[in-house]
Design a protein around this ligand. Structure first.
Ligand code: C2E
Ligand code: MG
Ligand code: MG
Length: 766
């Protein structure tokens, strides 16, 4: 116990003494009055008055000290002034009582013998209770009473009085000892009371803090975004928050404390199930020694992430987090990453995954997988002419149509652009893939409705097959490459067909692809050139015109004839640019030669995919060649794709004033009706008939009929491929007007024609 706290205890005791002082003084006064009256019976009045005055003075002084204390503005700790004044006042008061013993003791007086010891003993005994709170005041008071009394007894000097004095002294010592003890008890109890008060205050403070904290925790517990539930060691619910009840579908009655759980099943749901199948332990009771986490699909498709944390008492705390939004977002992102946004079909990435998987399954089950790669014919044209919205519609409708053709076990994906692919699994035989291809092509026979416009779009299909144990296909990428080559071949064969991959296709197609690549640079790098073959009037032998024939001077392969690259240019649309170049170049050249007609060959693709009329107009305008000196050679295949469009273009060309010849007549689809539909300036009889003259009577008959037909409908007949004088003779007899062939000269470069024109008047001897 430190000095400061003992001082405080003393001060507290003093304060309590001051507090009771008015009552003590009242008792003193009443006892003093009684005593004065009793003493006055045997003692002289003057002596009684003297004593009464002194007693009153001592009481007044004590009252004054009490008054000062009570009105003291500030009581400082460690201030001993009040102890001193209190002690002095108590000593004076005790002294007044002690004086009574000196003044009024009389061995012969009954009052002095009985009343006086009774009052003095009562006073000093009362001080044990009333003053032991202050040791100095206690000692001052009772010694001031007892000591004069003992002395007065000794003063009588007889044995009885001496013994009485000794008894008083023994009484004094006992009182002193008791007073000290009482003071000790009082001080201790005051200290303890003070400490108790401090503890109580601290306890109250702590209680308030704990209440605050508890209500904060309660609010947090109730409003935290995580479900929290506490279970005891028997898996009975002790408490849970609102979020937990929400997540478990608000089954409040079920979530009352005391409810039992047998693992996560208290998560009520339509059909709750484990998300993470690997965590099979999740369905069991939580392990008491370690945490466990698992994902759970709750009611209404909610994804919960649950964690059970064991507590030392064997119970556990379960936290449930709703990760539905995150999971949905992740699923959405994954879907976006794996699907095509336009059609919703799996994209290239997912396709590869599925194909890898299908190949593995096929290998395991000794089965087959077919990949059918499709692209739409004329998709680019539709996009260019009808717009991208129509293109998008077409792709969506294509996806929908393809979906109806496949089985649930097949995968349909869009690889990009107009390229779709199907993984066909569970094939019984190879023909199943062909059956699917035919089903798809049948589905494409119906027209597509693109914003009110009915359009017919075909599809070409390349099929590649992987068979377990065959070992030809090693990866998904390779199988797709095979399907791609087969598709390429299908398109070469004829659009709107399907084709299976075959070994060797690769080399062929690769070669072709290289050539196609080179052809793209040919135009830019000026590798194309025109050769010109004379055309003559058979009757006069005069060169009346030339036919421009295209050649490709390949840097490595040398001069490539048109038959080797024109079909390729037609498939890749390069023919449009090449055709423009030929027209411009030929017109420029013709303008340099007076009076010769320039015949230029046109591809049917130019009719379909370019603004041919505009191109011709531009070429004429650029070269200043009179329109009637340009002769455009077309073949019958022009009508095959879009007859109406071909007729319109032909009429426009005719309106420009250019001449139009029907080339290779008799070889193709030779429909006489075409001849009647359009008034050609010339029919060119194919060289196969000319070369058969005299050898084959059929050829003679055909040539005879064709020349006759031309004459009858007013079209000039021209013979191609004339090589011998006999052929010339025959043609002349038949009345053919114009000839062209090696006999007169093959295709040559422009300067040779120029030389022919200047050296002779371009006259050939027949
Ligand atoms: P075509 O329009 O029927 O041209 C005549 C072809 O017969 C030319 O072959 C010519 O060299 C060949 N020829 C001419 N006289 C004789 C002969 O007496 N005997 C033999 N055996 N052949 C003769 P070329 O130059 O190889 O052209 C082949 C075809 O390529 C042309 O047939 C034409 O359809 C096409 N072609 C040529 N140039 C162009 C062009 O600029 N554009 C387009 N679209 N096609 C062209
Ligand atoms: Mg020709
Ligand atoms: Mg020809």
């Amino acid at each position: 116990m430190n000095a400061a706290s003992s001082t405080t205890a003393e001060e507290d005791l003093l304060a309590s003494l001051f507090e009771r002082l008015p009552y003590v003084l009242a008792i003193n006064l009443a006892t003093a009055v009684c005593s004065a009256l009793a003493f006055s019976i045997s003692a002289p009045t003057s002596m009684t008055l003297l004593w009464s005055g002194m007693m009153l003075a001592s009481l007044v002084y004590r009252l004054k000290v009490w008054w000062d204390y009570k009105n003291a503005s500030m009581l400082c700790a460690g201030d001993t002034r009040w102890t001193r004044r209190f002690t002095l006042a108590a000593g004076m008061n005790g002294g007044a009582w002690g004086l009574a013993a000196v003044l009024f003791y009389d061995p012969n007086s009954l009052v002095a013998q009985t009343f006086l010891p009774f009052v003095l003993a009562g006073m000093s005994g009362g001080s044990l209770v009333g003053l032991s709170g202050s040791k100095p005041a206690f000692f001052a008071f009772y010694i001031s009473i007892a000591a004069p009394y003992a002395l007065r007894l000794i003063w009588e000097a007889d044995q009885a009085h001496i013994l009485m004095a000794v008894a008083v002294l023994i009484y004094m010592v006992g009182m002193g000892w008791l007073g000290r003890s009482f003071n000790g008890y009082l001080q201790q109890s005051v200290r303890l009371a003070g400490e108790n008060e401090c503890l109580l205050a601290a306890l109250r403070q702590r209680t308030v803090e704990l209440q605050d904290k508890s209500s904060q925790l309660e609010v947090t517990f109730e409003h935290v975004n995580q479900g929290v539930a506490v279970f005891d060691q028997d898996h009975r619910l002790i408490t849970c928050n609102r979020r937990h009840r929400d997540l478990c579908d608000n089954a409040t009655d079920v979530f009352l404390p005391g409810m039992e759980t047998s693992g996560p099943s208290e998560l009520k749901g339509d059909r709750p199930r484990l998300l993470d199948a690997a965590d099979e332990g999740a369905a069991t009771l939580p392990n008491r020694s370690r945490n466990r986490r698992f994902d759970w699909i709750g009611t209404k498709g909610r994804f919960l992430q649950i964690e059970d944390n064991p507590m030392p008492n064997g119970g556990f705390v379960r936290t449930s987090t709703d990760v539905t939004d995150r999971k949905r977002h992740e699923a959405h992102v994954l879907h976006m990453a794996q699907h095509d946004s336009l059609t919703g079909l799996p994209n290239r990435m997912l396709f590869h995954d599925r194909l890898d998987q299908a190949l593995r399954v096929a290998e395991r089950k000794r089965g087959r997988v077919a990949v059918l790669l499709l692209d739409l014919d004329r998709f680019k044209t539709i996009n260019d002419t009808l717009g991208h919205d129509a293109g998008d519609q077409l792709l969506k409708q294509t996806a929908a149509r393809l979906r109806t053709c496949i089985r649930g076990s097949d995968t349909l994906a869009r690889l990009g652009g107009d390229e779709f692919v199907i993984i066909q699994t569970e094939l019984g035989k190879k023909e199943d893939a062909e059956i699917l291809a035919e089903r798809i092509q049948d589905a494409f026979k119906k027209t597509f409705d693109l914003g009110g416009q009915n359009v017919h779009v075909g599809t070409s299909i390349g099929i590649a097959m992987a068979e377990a144990g065959q070992g030809a296909v090693t990866s998904a990428g390779e199988l797709l490459r095979h399907a791609d080559l087969a598709l390429y071949q299908a398109k070469l064969n004829s659009r709107g067909t399907h084709c299976f991959f075959e070994e060797g296709m690769n080399v062929r197609i690769q070669r072709r692809k290289v050539l196609e690549h080179d052809l793209r640079t040919a135009l830019v790098e000026d590798q194309l050139e025109l050769h010109y073959q004379p055309q003559l009037d058979l009757r006069t032998g005069q060169m009346t015109g030339v036919e421009a024939l295209l050649r490709w001077r390949h840097p490595e392969r040398g001069l490539i004839p048109p038959a080797d690259f024109i079909p390729l240019a037609e498939e890749s649309d390069l023919i449009v640019g090449i055709g423009e170049w030929v027209l411009t170049e030929a017109c420029m050249q013709a303008a340099a030669w007076p009076s010769l007609t320039m015949a230029v060959n046109l591809s049917p693709i130019q009719f379909m995919r370019s603004n041919l009329v505009k191109t011709v107009e531009k070429a004429l305008a650029h070269s200043h060649l009179p329109a009637e000196r340009l002769e455009l050679e077309i073949t019958e295949s022009v009508w095959l794709a879009d007859c109406d469009k071909a007729m319109t273009t032909l009429n426009h060309l005719r309106a420009l004033g250019v001449r139009v010849a029907l080339d290779d007549f008799g070889t193709g689809y030779a429909s006489i009706s075409y001849l009647l539909r359009f008034p050609f300036d010339k029919i060119k009889i194919d060289r196969s008939f000319i070369q058969g003259l005299d050898r084959m009577s059929e050829a003679n008959a055909v040539v005879h009929a064709l020349i006759g037909l031309g004459r009858s409908i007013g079209m000039r007949a021209s013979a191609e491929g004339v090589e011998t004088p006999a052929q010339i003779e025959h043609l002349r007899r038949e009345g053919c007007e114009e000839v062209q062939g090696f006999y007169y000269g093959g295709p040559v470069l422009a300067p040779r024609i120029g030389a022919m024109l200047t050296n002779s008047p371009a006259h050939f001897v027949n």
